[in-house]
Design a protein around this ligand. Structure first.
Ligand SMILES: [Zn+2]
Length: 385
């Protein structure tokens, strides 16, 4: 009698485990999309994008609120990002209307506001030639101005911006983009279009050699990084830079969480490429709920199946680092044909991704029938779960 009761209890426990596993899988398959935001977006445009997201079956929109051309420009002593707040407030109405989560997509180290460039040019990163990206147009891009993660004032500045946007009612999360160094090497396919040859790391694109970083590294090792003949092969100097960025990402994410919001970051495609191209060791970004590797495979000259490989490498790197952030693979709509969406979702799922994030809503809308294809695929997947 006693044995049969035990057997029954074990059976019920196993059954509940099985049921809850299924529930978890269903709930966990979350679909996201990035969407550019502008203060000039009309109510009709916002209504359209959010209604389209709802029609497709997208659960969450990550809305850009500090873009390449920040809309509050000037030399005001106040750095409050009023444009970001306005963009989010307007969008929150439609996120609520269509029952979609709204996450604020914030540019992080790459801050182009003129007010800041004017007030604190010393906060900007310096390359191995001693040039500040506050002064030079890196890759001929006006907006490529990256802040130094080693300076505590920079982290404080960004935490202030987080606190401001976190006050917007209806906001679920804050999402960090450009949480990295400038491209020491551009993703391979982009080099041609930008007219650069990067067969190795060149000093022009190798950051951060500002005074604070040099002094901190010298204190730690006795070496001035400017004196290192081959900086890329110097493990200590590479690690120093990885760690400073990870510390900053972790500190800002902690602030996001302290504001009661979901914390996430967009990062480069795989742990290996992220470290190599932009000194971003995102497996060690702490206090994150989600990490979105942007697996835009064609920019890396990779085959479609690499989406699965890169996803798996990311999941394994997080696990190895003892990081419990959930990985969600980001896909580039232009690299994922409408009639193969299901196949690509399969790659991410096989690799261990807990969902999928599309770049972007606008790119979907440019392609006739894309939203319809996505809707059909998502209905099918969700019914089968
Ligand atoms: Zn620095």
């Amino acid at each position: 009698m006693k044995t049969s009761v035990i057997k029954m209890v074990v059976l019920m426990a196993l059954l509940s485990l099985f049921v809850s596993c299924n529930d978890v899988k269903k709930d966990d398959f979350k679909v996201w999309a990035w969407l550019a935001g502008r203060t000039t977006m009309s109510e009709e445009q916002l209504d359209y994008y959010f209604s389209e997201a709802a029609r497709a079956g997208i659960d969450a929109i990550i809305l850009e609120c500090h873009g390449a051309r920040p809309e509050v420009i000037g030399d005001s002593a106040s750095f409050r990002d009023d444009a970001a707040i306005l963009i989010l407030k307007k969008a929150a109405v439609y996120a609520k209307k269509y029952d979609i989560e709204l996450h604020a997509w914030m540019w992080t180290t790459n801050r182009a506001e003129l007010s800041l460039r004017k007030a604190h040019p010393e906060w900007y990163q310096v390359n191995a030639q001693g040039e500040s990206c506050a002064d030079i147009k890196l890759y001929n891009r006006e907006h490529y101005r990256f802040l130094c993660p080693t300076r505590p004032e920079v982290t404080e500045y960004l935490k202030e911006r987080v606190k401001e946007i976190a006050t917007v009612e209806g906001l679920t999360g804050i999402h960090m983009d450009f949480i990295r160094y400038p491209d020491a090497i551009l993703p391979y396919r982009l080099q041609e279009s930008r007219g650069v040859v990067q067969d190795r790391v060149y000093p022009l694109w190798d950051f951060c050699y500002c005074d604070v970083c040099r002094a901190a590294f010298k204190e730690q090792t006795g070496v001035d990084p400017m004196e290192i003949a081959d900086p890329t092969s110097d493990e200590e100097w590479m690690q120093f830079r990885y760690d400073r960025m990870s510390e900053m990402a972790s500190a800002i994410a902690a602030e996001i969480k302290a504001c009661g919001k979901v914390a996430s970051s967009a990062v480069f495609a795989s742990p290996y490429e992220s470290k190599k191209l932009v000194r971003q060791d995102w497996a060690n970004f702490r206090n994150h709920d989600y990490i979105f590797p942007m697996i835009y495979h064609k920019f890396y000259f990779e085959e479609d199946e690499w989406v699965e490989t890169a996803t798996r490498e990311g999941v394994e790197a997080l696990r190895a680092a003892g990081n419990d952030a959930v990985l969600c693979s980001g896909l580039f709509v232009g690299h994922v044909p409408a009639d193969r969406i299901e196949e690509f979702i399969g790659y991410t799922e096989n690799g261990g991704s807990a969902g999928i994030c599309f770049f972007s809503m606008e790119e979907m809308e440019k392609r006739e029938g894309y939203v319809d294809s996505l809707r059909i695929v998502l209905e099918k997947i969700r019914l089968s779960d």
